[in-house]
Ligand binder design. Sequence first.
Ligand code: SAH
Length: 474
Amino acid sequence: MRFLPIFLDLKAGPILLVGQGELAQAKLRLLLAAGAQVRWFATDGNHDLKNFSPDESARVERASGDPLTADLSNVIAVLCAGAGDTGHAMAARAKAAGIPVNVMDEVSHSTFIFPAIVDRGDVVVAVGTGGSAPVLARRIRENIEKVLPARIGELSALIGSWRERVKMKLPDMASRRKFWERVVDGPIGTLALAGKSDDANRLLDNISDHEAFASSKSNGFVSLVGAGPGDPDLLTIKALRALQDADIVFYDDLVSAEILDRVRRDAARVSVGRRIGKPGIGQDATNALMIEAARDGKRVVRLKGGDPFVFGRGGEEVAALRDAGVAYAIIPGITAGVGAAAEFEVPLTFRKQALRITFLTAHKAEDAGNVDWTALTDTRMTVVVYMGISAASAIRDGLLKAGRPMQTPVGVFARVSRPDSKAVVGTLDDLPSLVTQIGNGPAILVIGDVVSHSLPWKNSNPQQFLTQLMMAAE
Ligand code: SAH
């Protein structure tokens, strides 16, 4: 290592910037975003600050005169960007005065170099390659950005705000370290990262015996995670992080094998889902298992197909977790209807043609009997039906009887986002025969004029598509 990463206190004094043009602007952007005070010698006399906010501009001192003879007292570092020979002379002067100096892209004139920076408030990661490969440093930074929770800075600030109080309670450094490990690895840390800083604060406030907390087994935490329709690349970054952090995963039958592959290798996996012909373990038993695992100190993931709050019984699980006093967070997923829309290019809304969307479930013919179909006759409403395959005839009959036109386009989309996905499109009167063509589920129905914009519709009606294209071109 030639360059030691250290962090400069921007409150200690101004940074002196010498230079002009785009290079100087780039350094100004970096310094002002970081909160620095900048004394700027614009070597062409043009202190151009039009790209900065009033607050940022207020932190720039427009210096005139010769930087080579300027007063350097208080200056914490010198930067030269687009300063030509003046930069080299300035670097020599800063070195003689013992002030850290960087000449942009000229390591031989510099005593320090800039890393690529990941900025999450109090948490800052600096990546350096000794000045030899800045592009590589930026790639590494991007990868770190992806894995670092967005709210890690908030967690750090929370810890900072309790540091002194905890120090008084726990003078012994080893117990203090254990205490903060419990916080970071347990529900308090997870709550802060989930944006629930108030809850995290409350839990910290409730700790009466700090010594006991430090040596206790951590309480567990449940993440209710939406797995999306099947393609693991459709997991959110948060969902992926929860899977990779899990001690135990309770998953539904709808969750694809590819997604289970993303679960941390050592985590236990428990299927709690219903399968065709098998009832599954039931909702109460699932709730009980989750709560028990959390009370045992585990990081629990409850993994559900699509989104947990769209026909996913997430509401009931949250109620059970609340009643049990178990800490939890909800991580949304891409619901099947939205996944189908993207894959098969069905715009669920369309200007003037489709102004509303209804998500509906009609599992059995009796369920379909309970639906008020007259509320679904507006031709500008797209109807997305979950679990509607076996009730397809009843759905068609209900809609037709209520007055939705027979020729309404419908799509049946099966195994959305999986390698064997399939679409069949047609009209409402034909719905029962369409569902017989798609093979295995899961499948979703989309009913409404928007289906005529979909890719399978265009492909099944090429002549009509061409005519439309020609009309559009005219
Ligand atoms: N919470 C889930 C829905 C669970 S209900 C979500 O938000 O997507 C189960 C129904 O969802 C299935 O009967 C089917 O209609 C639909 N579904 C789930 N995954 C699907 C997929 N990959 N392709 C098509 N439909 C799917």
